[in-house]
Design a protein around this ligand. Structure first.
Ligand SMILES: Cc1cc2nc3c(=O)[nH]c(=O)nc-3n(C[C@H](O)[C@H](O)[C@H](O)COP(=O)(O)OP(=O)(O)OC[C@H]3O[C@@H](n4cnc5c(N)ncnc54)[C@H](O)[C@@H]3O)c2cc1C
Length: 412
């Protein structure tokens, strides 16, 4: 019998296992996929340029991620994340114009950021109010509403009326202005996971999905029927996945919402958008929603545009077989000539992925407060780790922090 079974070799599970092994525990990590990293998954194009299918940016205040990169000797790029309103397009009603031409949009975005930062995460009244209410209170013109609505979908992967203000306040409380989206790992963020897994060696069993778990007995059943038991089991999998393994999952965790969607990245033979004086960032009222250049900090003649398919409309778009072609046509509408330069396309649908079943946690009214008592305590021999079990929800930082927290609790 191992001391600890960790389910899931994402950043949370890998970090938890690493800390436990360092403390002398006998640990086995069971991973369903044939790779580690979970929602951190990098794609390398033929010329070496990289696009992130999942987690892309590292904030300047994400200390655990930065420390891990330094520990593993992984170089980072640093970028200016503030989009230039002259180089950024707003695409509405089939017409794309630079953001600065919509007189109040940039200023209204600033007001929006201030409004979010002004929320008090400890105010229980905010639990039942949504971000739609907050946008309404700002009474901004329609074009600003469009851009702010898109910002919300990009951040939370759900629409404004499905995000509680209290949850949003907590997320905003852990973001440092000027430090957002500052870094990427050179060669791909999944080097973080691969680096941790290397240290664990054959303790990580790939292509080994857990089919069921018994929290009281500390027992798991593998898809092939094998049973394993341990003093403690750490479930470092997303909650919608956990609900399938553990029918006794408390209702407050089973009903906690997850953002939905995915990404399409397209490599172009050259960065045509720069010829037009643009940076590749486009905010649209169309289903595909939000586009940016992923290679803004990478060398090479080619360039990659990444489309974040956020929220219900984006998730629906991701399921269409023709979505990459439709997207390329849309990019050609924005930057005429792009279609002839389009090369490899990479599509990732996180909602339709059985080992994720969503993007990351995003609490609706009433959900976050209800879930708290169940997220941070053991359930028999079962502990919960993952981005959903930390204040830095929706980030690699939260995954690492949760893994470290659970390892420390088990060691006590
Ligand atoms: C589109 C998108 C964009 C994002 N952008 C960013 C960003 O810019 N910056 C950032 O910091 N974060 C971002 N994130 C969030 C970040 O990816 C996650 O917060 C983090 O990777 C979660 O790690 P985790 O270990 O909690 O879960 P996961 O990475 O999901 O790991 C869970 C692991 O469990 C495995 N598993 C599932 N079921 C089973 C089973 N039954 N048996 C065994 N194993 C199983 C999975 O295969 C997976 O490897 C983004 C996520 C998405 C989807």
């Amino acid at each position: 019998m191992a001391d600890v079974i960790v389910i899931g070799a994402g950043l949370a599970g890998l970090r938890c296992a690493t800390d436990l092994v360092a403390a002398g525990a006998d640990v086995v990590v069971l991973e369903a996929r044939a790779r580690v990293g979970g929602r951190v998954w990098s794609h390398t194009f033929s010329d070496g340029q990289v696009a992130e299918r999942g987690a892309e940016f590292i904030d300047g205040n994400h200390r655990e991620v930065l420390a891990l990169a330094a520990h593993l000797g992984l170089p980072l790029t640093t970028r200016d994340a503030e989009p230039d309103p002259r180089a950024t397009l707003v695409d509405a009603g089939g017409r794309a114009v630079p953001m600065h031409l919509h007189a109040s949009v940039a200023a209204d975005l600033g007001r929006w950021e201030a409004a979010i930062r002004g929320l008090d995460a400890d105010d229980p009244a905010l639990e039942v109010r949504t971000l739609a209410d907050l946008v309404h209170d700002l009474s901004v013109p329609v074009m600003s509403r469009l851009v702010i609505g898109r910002e919300i979908r990009t951040e939370f992967m759900l629409p404004p009326d499905e995000v509680s203000q209290r949850f949003a306040a907590q997320v905003a409380g852990h973001q440092a202005p000027g430090e957002r989206e500052r870094h990427r790992v050179v060669g791909g963020n999944d080097r973080l996971a691969r680096g941790l897994a290397e240290g664990l060696g054959d303790r990580v069993r790939l292509a080994t999905p857990v089919a069921a778990l018994d929290a009281a007995a500390g027992e798991v059943e593998l898809a092939g029927g094998e049973r394993l038991q341990a003093q403690a089991v750490v479930a470092a999998v997303p909650l919608p996945v956990l609900s399938r393994l553990w029918p006794a999952l408390p209702m407050a965790l089973g009903t906690l919402a997850y953002g939905v969607g995915g990404k399409i990245s397209v490599q172009f033979a050259r960065r045509l958008w720069r010829d037009y004086g643009r940076n590749g960032t486009v905010v649209s009222d169309r289903q595909w929603g939000h586009l940016w250049e992923t290679t803004d900090d990478q060398p090479g003649d080619r360039g990659v545009l990444t489309n974040l398919l956020a929220s219900h409309d984006g998730a629906a778009f991701a399921t269409l077989p023709a979505s990459p072609d439709v997207l390329v046509k849309e990019i050609d509408r924005l930057f005429p000539g792009a279609q002839g330069l389009a090369g490899e396309r990479v599509v990732t649908d996180w909602t339709d992925d059985p080992w994720s079943l969503g993007c990351y946690v995003c609490a609706g009214p009433g959900q976050w407060t209800a879930a708290q008592p169940f997220l941070h305590r053991p359930h028999g021999r079962l502990w919960l780790a993952g981005e959903h079990a930390d204040a830095f929800t929706g980030f690699m930082e939260g995954a690492l922090r949760s893994g470290a927290r659970v390892a420390a609790a088990i060691r006590q």
